[in-house]
Design a protein around this ligand. Structure first.
Ligand SMILES: [Zn+2]
Length: 389
């Protein structure tokens, strides 16, 4: 007889339902199969906010496994509450049974720390080709006042540290917790083979799997592999156009703001409260994604970004921003070679709005320069296809 504990949470902002479950199947005295499928999150979120404490129903549920000698754990989860992951890891670690953990697709975030049970001595973490592990900084859901949040920040930092200590304790090469902290900070995705370079007791053999998983957290992750999404990852997430002198950052978004949205030149404080030097490389790249030209990637300074046209908050393309860029395009101080590529970037947005860029209209009866622009654009796309930075 199977037992199932449903984990449900509705985002107060989007009202999107997150559904996940823990399920015990095929339980006998000697063995049990435990499944973590979907998001590891529940509306009893508030009791998770302690790295070693579960809501009682979760603890009770996992206590069904006490006395079982062999536990097979199957995971396919985009993640969830970080405190939950740690609490579940600790309960399983204390259990003492022999455990084989199978990543049936994805073990991300909170699920990655549950997967670490497989790396403990005597256990095995099975990650066949196609399976991925993702580690990143701690995450939780919480309402509260400023005091609550101050406390929460402290707890989240502790949780980050606890995660990195769990990863370090499972590492095969004496990697330090600090090294894992850096990987968490960068949001690191790993195949089984890659994970075997960091963690003990990983079996990366087996048949290729083609699992997909839905998670309400994917929108928060920066490097979700296309194979896990029902729709392909937008190009701008993975590709950046490198050109000869400067760089055309990849779009942060290709969504359009309403046509009449006003545009004013963004300042750094429109994007973040931090100083440029305090931003992570990824944050700098994300901000650069609002612009059509950068001196280098990631940009050294905010001032190295030119031709902003995406709203700093919604990231959508603002038509009046395109118009402002177009108005200055010919008095630019960017390298000549970069100009056609900046134009190509802006043009694509113009076309999304069902309009032509001003220089396209100018070229209507000038087939020579039009052909040149076409050629430059084709070249730019060829570089785009080859480059990934
Ligand atoms: Zn753009």
């Amino acid at each position: 007889m199977g037992k199932i504990l449903n984990l449900q949470y509705e985002s107060p902002k989007t009202h999107r339902q997150s559904t996940g479950s823990m399920e015990i199947k095929n339980q006998t005295k000697n063995s049990a199969d435990l499944y973590f499928y979907g998001d590891i999150c529940s509306s009893s979120w508030d009791v998770w906010q302690n790295e070693d404490m579960c809501p009682q129903d979760v603890a009770d549920f996992l206590n069904n496994l006490n006395g079982v000698q062999n536990i097979n754990i199957y995971i396919n989860s985009g993640g969830g509450d970080s405190f939950a992951g740690l609490a579940i890891f600790n309960i399983l670690k204390r259990n003492g049974a022999h455990m084989d953990v199978y990543v049936d697709g994805l073990a991300a975030s909170a699920a990655s720390v549950i997967a670490m049970v497989g790396c403990l001595d005597g256990n095995t973490l099975h990650m066949p080709p196609g399976a991925q592990l993702m580690i990143h900084d701690a995450w939780t859901i919480a309402p509260g006042n400023a005091n609550d949040f101050e406390q929460l920040v402290i707890q989240l930092r502790k949780c980050d540290q606890s995660y990195s200590e769990v990863y370090a304790s499972c590492s095969n090469d004496d990697m330090t917790a600090d090294q894992f902290r850096a990987m968490q900070d960068a949001e690191t995705w790993m195949t089984g083979e890659e994970a075997a370079g960091y963690f003990k007791n990983i079996d990366a053999s087996g048949e290729q799997i083609a699992a997909s998983v839905d998670s309400m957290f994917f929108s928060k992750y920066k490097h979700v592999p296309a194979s896990f999404l029902h729709k392909p990852v937008p190009k701008h997430k993975t590709e950046t156009l490198i050109i000869h002198d400067g760089v055309i950052p990849s779009n942060i978004s290709t969504d359009k703001a309403p046509d009449d949205t006003a545009w004013s030149k963004p300042t750094l404080s429109d994007f973040t409260d931090k100083q440029w030097g305090d931003l992570t490389e990824q944050e700098k790249r994300d901000i650069a994604g609002h612009y059509a030209w950068a001196e280098e990637m990631p940009p050294d300074t905010f001032g190295n970004l030119k031709y902003g046209h995406h709203d700093p908050k919604s990231h959508k393309v603002v038509f009046n921003g395109l118009v402002a860029c177009a108005a200055r395009i010919d008095q630019s101080d960017i390298p000549d070679a970069d100009l056609p590529k900046v134009k190509a970037h802006l043009e694509d947005h113009y076309h999304d709005f069902g309009k032509k860029a001003p220089w396209e209209s100018d070229d209507d009866d000038n087939s020579d320069s039009k052909a040149k622009l076409k050629l430059a654009k084709a070249k730019a796309r060829a570089v785009l296809a080859k480059s990934k930075i």
